[in-house]
Design a protein around this ligand. Structure first.
Ligand SMILES: Cc1cc2nc3c(=O)[nH]c(=O)nc-3n(C[C@H](O)[C@H](O)[C@H](O)COP(=O)(O)OP(=O)(O)OC[C@H]3O[C@@H](n4cnc5c(N)ncnc54)[C@H](O)[C@@H]3O)c2cc1C
Length: 417
């Protein structure tokens, strides 16, 4: 069996197929396996999430949920945890069921996976970019790859295509697999970035400012469509951080549909309008001679004061005693609803995940085998599945990879009976 791509999906597929008696070769384009896995979770690798399976699957949307069910039940979060424990990796569970290596190092996960493959003496051909599948009638019988300009053909009874998505191309995921699958007759659902930062129109540079405990809402025609509570980070071009990444799939869809959307940030989530008004009144009464600029320091991060005054059209040297009831209301409304126009999203290269991919209707979800080409299997991010952050995507890569490897091995065993 040939596995194309040495990411988490390809590595587990190769290892389990070997354990079931198949001779396996992994072909990897980069000079090292698992480059993307090594940078996941800001270098800490959020490996999986121990949420119950029903809630876990829901994160993939209706069609993803249906498709992933069998692979998750075949190799679930607890199987993945036991697998890494058996490789001497201790894991810890953090807030929201997120599982990380106890060492805090994604590279430990990569190292364990590489050692596991090495111990099995599975060959990995590195620096080898697969360009096409070799097909005979409706079956795959091999692959062709480029190695230092040389074109090499390998034959095999089965092939697992696990080339990942199209984001972070320096890790090797450049979308090659989509073309390889398309040329063999598969349909590719439109590719677009998911878990991606957003571009906004904000004429003050507050890049680097990180806001915690805020609520971000996506507004269309003054109606809130989605909202998330948590952390938001200002960038040179707009906004990122967990709340934005989580909502980004919807934002991208709306931008693609040419909908004029805005971001609203509630900077005072713990206070109702009434309580906030009382607080403002108290601050202004307490410091009638202090400038509004200085009073706002008690209520806002320094970097936002200029924006607040600019957007509420209040001059910075006005004092607490000079602020009118109307101006106090403007400040209150701004603190609860800091509006920013959304203008676009960052390119797919900067996305954490690629949405779209191999059409799920063309893949048997019980085996991961193609319904179009015999003995061709898919695993991981190349499939049209994606979820929000939280360890769901890596688990999906391991679960589908495991199922693909086991299925290819079982098919061969049945053939040999
Ligand atoms: C910055 C970042 C942080 C992330 N953090 C998390 C996280 O904490 N938790 C989480 O669940 N998910 C996270 N993800 C997503 C996660 O990394 C992916 O879902 C996962 O790596 C997908 O695994 P895969 O095996 O399908 O693909 P990949 O990991 O992309 O591996 C595909 C492999 O195929 C190889 N390849 C590509 N084309 C060819 C070719 N033509 N020939 C040969 N080989 C080829 C590539 O070089 C690569 O090694 C993160 C992603 C990014 C970019």
């Amino acid at each position: 069996m040939i596995v194309i791509g040495a990411g988490p999906a390809g590595m587990i597929a190769a290892g389990v197929a070997h354990e079931k008696g198949l001779k396996v070769i992994i072909v990897e384009k980069m000079k090292k396996p698992c480059l993307k896995l090594g940078i996941t979770g800001k270098g800490r690798c959020n490996l999986t999430n121990i949420e119950n399976k029903k809630d876990f699957l829901e994160k993939f949307g209706t069609k993803g949920e249906r498709f992933l069910k069998h692979s998750l039940y075949t190799f679930d979060q607890h199987n993945l945890i036991s697998f890494f424990n058996s490789l001497n990796i201790d894991l810890i569970t953090e807030r929201g069921g997120r599982v990380f290596p106890k060492s805090g190092k994604a590279l430990n996960i990569v190292g364990a996976l590489k050692d596991w493959i090495k111990k099995k003496q599975i060959d990995i051909i590195l620096n080898a970019q697969v360009t096409s599948l070799i097909l005979e009638t409706n079956s795959v019988v091999g692959i062709e790859y480029k190695n230092n300009k040389e074109r090499i053909k390998l034959t095999s009874e089965s092939v697992i295509l696990a080339t990942g998505g199209k984001s972070y191309p320096l890790t090797g995921s450049t979308g090659d697999g989509y073309l390889i699958a398309k040329n063999s007759g598969h349909n590719i659902e439109k590719i677009y970035p998911s878990l991606v930062p957003i571009e906004t129109e904000l004429d003050i540079n507050i890049a680097g400012l990180n806001l915690r405990n805020i609520e971000a809402s996506i507004i269309l025609n003054n109606k809130c469509l989605y909202k998330e509570f948590g952390e938001l980070l200002f960038m040179e071009y707009g906004v990122s951080g967990p709340v934005i990444l989580t909502m980004s799939k919807h934002i991208v869809e709306m931008i693609n549909n040419k909908q004029a959307i805005e971001l609203s940030i509630d900077l005072k989530t713990a206070l109702t309008h009434k309580k906030l008004d009382n607080r403002l009144l108290r601050e202004f009464n307490k410091s009638p001679k202090m400038t509004i600029e200085n009073i706002l320091r008690k209520l806002l991060p320094f970097e936002l004061i200029e924006t607040c005054l600019k957007m509420t059209k209040i001059t910075k040297d006005k004092t607490g005693g000079q602020i009118t009831a109307k101006e106090r209301k403007q400040i209150r409304l701004w603190l609860k609803d800091f509006r920013i126009k959304i203008t676009g999203y960052r390119p797919i290269e900067e996305a954490i995940i690629t949405s779209g991919g191999i059409n799920l209707k063309e893949v048997n979800s019980k085996t991961m085998e193609s319904k179009i080409i015999n003995n061709l299997y898919f695993a991981g991010e190349i499939l049209d599945i994606d979820a929000k952050t939280g360890g769901y995507n890596i688990q999906a890569a391991f679960s589908t990879g495991y199922l693909a490897g086991i299925s290819a091995a079982l098919k061969k065993q049945i053939k040999n009976i």
